[in-house]
Design a protein around this ligand. Structure first.
Ligand code: NAP
Length: 276
């Protein structure tokens, strides 16, 4: 088994994830895994970094596929006895003018952004070693979508006692409510992406609380963040930040020094803790 520290970035064949891997290759003292659902696209991305003189390793990971997540988990357990840095970056967004019915958009978006990310956490968090760092890439849209929720929902999403099961129930209810076309009546905002990212931010707050309760002495720091508005296939060419700039806050959180006792359980943008 290797004692080398290991970092894993989900959805990193392009966009912000790719830039996070690039930065970690330069700054993380260990093995850096670029992961992608499509091995061809993943290997191409690794080769692109190689041309820059950077050495990333590759492992397949489709966060929609539990078998794929478990294969990565078993690989990390066997080869490294765990992992040191996990960046949950993989995500999807329908374009604003996409005509796919809203209920379908809700189901598909939540499947990857919330349920896929949660499945990765369920399988990989127990493997995170002491002093490990976990970064869940959310979005400022989670804050604006929270503002668009009913008072009752806002209270639940801001609660310091909400459980993961209760959050899963709420995310499932959103999808069901869109199918019945009652989501607005039920207090939801009209954004599937926004609700999925509320899920990611709240999940991070819950996971940080659980780490406090169950692994206090392990000094693991887990946070959610927004990368900013970044020029990628998702956000388009008009966005204000380059992918390398978008990677800055996630990388800052992934590389928090071992003597740091925070931030933990926070939502950050531009390396600054934001209120939730
Ligand atoms: P992007 O260029 O579209 O890249 C998304 C990445 O996620 C791709 O590598 C994609 O792989 C991967 N992915 C999607 N579904 C996956 C799955 N099921 N399993 C594994 N990988 C999957 O988007 P981006 O702008 O870099 O976004 C990265 C993260 O930042 C997302 O979580 C996004 O919500 C968040 N974010 C972005 C912005 C922005 O302005 N760009 C703002 C706020 C938050 P494929 O190539 O196979 O599709």
């Amino acid at each position: 088994m290797s004692n080398v520290p290991v970092a894993v970035v989900t959805g990193s064949n392009k966009g912000i994830g790719f830039a996070i891997v690039r930065a970690l290759c330069k700054q993380f003292p260990g093995d850096v895994y670029l992961t992608a659902r499509d091995s061809g696209r993943g290997q191409e991305a690794v080769a692109k970094l190689q041309e820059e003189g950077l050495h990333a390793l590759f492992h397949q990971l489709d966060i929609d596929d539990l078998q794929s997540i478990r294969a990565l988990r078993d690989f990390l357990k066997e080869k490294y006895g765990g992992l040191n840095v996990l960046v949950n970056n993989a995500g999807i967004a329908f374009k604003v003018h996409d005509t796919t019915p809203f209920a379908v958009q809700a189901e598909v978006t939540l499947k990857t952004n919330f349920f896929g990310t949660r499945n990765v956490c369920t399988e990989l968090l127990p493997l995170v070693k002491p002093y490990g760092r976990v970064v869940n890439v959310s979005s400022m849209v989670s804050s604006s979508a929270l503002g668009g929720c009913s008072r009752e929902l806002q209270q639940k999403f801001r609660s310091d006692t909400i459980t993961e099961d209760e959050l899963v129930e709420l995310m499932t209810k959103f999808v069901e409510d869109t199918k019945k076309s009652v989501h607005e009546k039920e207090g939801w905002p009209n954004t599937a992406y926004g609700v999925s990212k509320i899920g990611v931010t709240v999940l991070s707050r819950i996971q940080a609380r659980m780490l406090n309760e169950k692994r206090k002495g392990d000094h693991i720091l887990l946070n959610a963040c927004c990368p900013g508005w970044v020029r990628t296939d998702m956000a388009g060419p008009k966005a204000t930040k380059s992918p390398d700039e978008g990677a800055e806050t996630p990388v800052y959180l992934a590389l928090l020094p071992s003597d740091a006792d925070g931030p933990h359980g926070q939502f950050l943008s531009n390396k600054t803790v934001r209120s939730w």
